[in-house]
Ligand binder design. Structure first.
Ligand code: IPM
Ligand code: MN
Length: 352
């Protein structure tokens, strides 16, 4: 029987609780679809950092490379200064494992309330391909004359052609494979960021015209894109953008699909080890209460199955989630689901 080795990082806050339900569903899918998961838990997160003073042990990255994929809960601890765990764990893994794509579907499941009036699952169903290795996230920059009135701070938007090109190719391939409207929209800011998004735009049209002639190419300035995500989400099929804009617009996208309780993402290295996570945070105030919504983690698990090649199992998990949102949950908000965290996991696992 095919066995996949999976690293499980519950992480901080409600991370371990949602990951537990994700694992429950993954195991149900494995049993039903004829494969096995060999799970190894890792205690990376705020509690470990507070105890040991290191965000990630020196061997962590090499250790992660031994697995087929990583299943992550959440990183972020109220007693640790913002930035330390995010940079030291989450971004470090994304960068060191070269997970250069952050794939974030924006999909409204049936029965889920969206704040967008008159739009439903037929209108809200697209995918954002967020570049995940460059941009303002590289840490290039600095501060000089700190603490003086002349202080200067710089944080540089960095992209090279190689990074842009591999991301665009992934997005074109994705639009081709998705086979919905065969449309890829580039989200940029060519009217102001005339260096970085000029590079993106030229590469986009060159690659598209040469290698993906059947994929229609659209372009949106990021600010306008935010308007259309609210007003006309049905225009979108696949969107591709840089790391910073991708971070921002996918939180907006998440709200339109029913909030952080359901929004999942995959940090993907198509040639290496990928990491799947709910895109919401560690929600410290709900920790240990069995009220947090585990569906985002469960959907991240479905994305992981898809990436592992277990497509049928992935579809089965998605269908089970859709049945639960359509028929069982009162709301997707923590504490208002009409079910506990573990009951939601049970409902999805039973259906799988
Ligand atoms: C996300 C998060 C991270 C990011 C933070 C926690 C570093 O907001 O996954 O979207 O900015 O990428
Ligand atoms: Mn974010």
């Amino acid at each position: 029987m095919k066995t996949y080795s999976i690293a499980v990082i519950g992480g901080d806050g409600t991370g371990p609780e949602v990951v537990r339900e994700g694992v429950k569903v993954l195991n149900a899918a494995a049993a039903r679809h004829g494969f096995k998961l060999a799970l190894t838990d890792y205690d990376f997160g705020g509690a470990r950092y507070l105890k040991t003073g290191e965000a990630l042990p020196a061997t962590a990255v090499e250790e992660m490379k031994k697995h087929a994929a990583i299943f992550l809960g959440a990183i972020g601890h109220p007693d640790v200064k913002p930035g330390i765990l995010e940079k030291g764990i989450l971004l470090k893994l994304r960068f060191e494992l070269d997970q250069y794509i952050n794939l974030r579907p924006v999909k409204l499941f049936p029965g889920v309330e969206t704040p967008i009036k008159d739009k439903g699952p037929a209108e809200i169903d697209y995918v954002v391909v967020r570049e995940n290795s460059g941009d303002l996230y590289t840490g290039v920059g600095g501060i000089s004359m700190k603490g003086t009135p002349n202080e200067v701070a710089m944080q540089v938007m960095v992209y090279n052609r190689f990074q842009v090109e591999r991301c665009l190719r992934y997005a074109f391939e994705y639009a081709r494979k998705r086979n919905k409207a065969k449309t890829l929209g580039l989200v940029g800011k060519t009217n102001v960021l005339t260096f970085v998004y000029d590079l993106w735009e030229r590469a986009f049209h060159e690659i598209g015209a040469k290698d993906y002639p059947e994929i229609k190419r659209d372009y949106y300035h990021v600010d306008a894109c935010c308007m259309w995500m609210v007003k006309n989400p049905e225009w979108f099929d696949v969107l591709v953008t840089g790391n910073m804009f991708g971070d921002i617009i996918t939180d907006l996208g998440a709200m339109t699909q029913g909030g952080m309780g359901i929004a999942a993402g995959g940090n993907i290295n198509p040639e290496g080890v990928s990491m799947f996570e709910p895109i919401g945070g560690s929600a410290p105030k709900y920790t240990g209460k069995n009220v947090i919504n585990p569906l985002a983690a469960i959907c991240a698990g479905a994305m992981m199955l898809d990436a592992l090649g277990e497509t049928k199992a992935a579809r089965a998990v998605e269908a089970a989630v859709a049945d639960v949102t359509a028929n069982k949950l009162k709301s997707l908000a923590a504490g208002r689901m009409g079910c506990s965290t573990s009951q939601v996991g049970d409902l999805v696992a039973e259906r799988v």
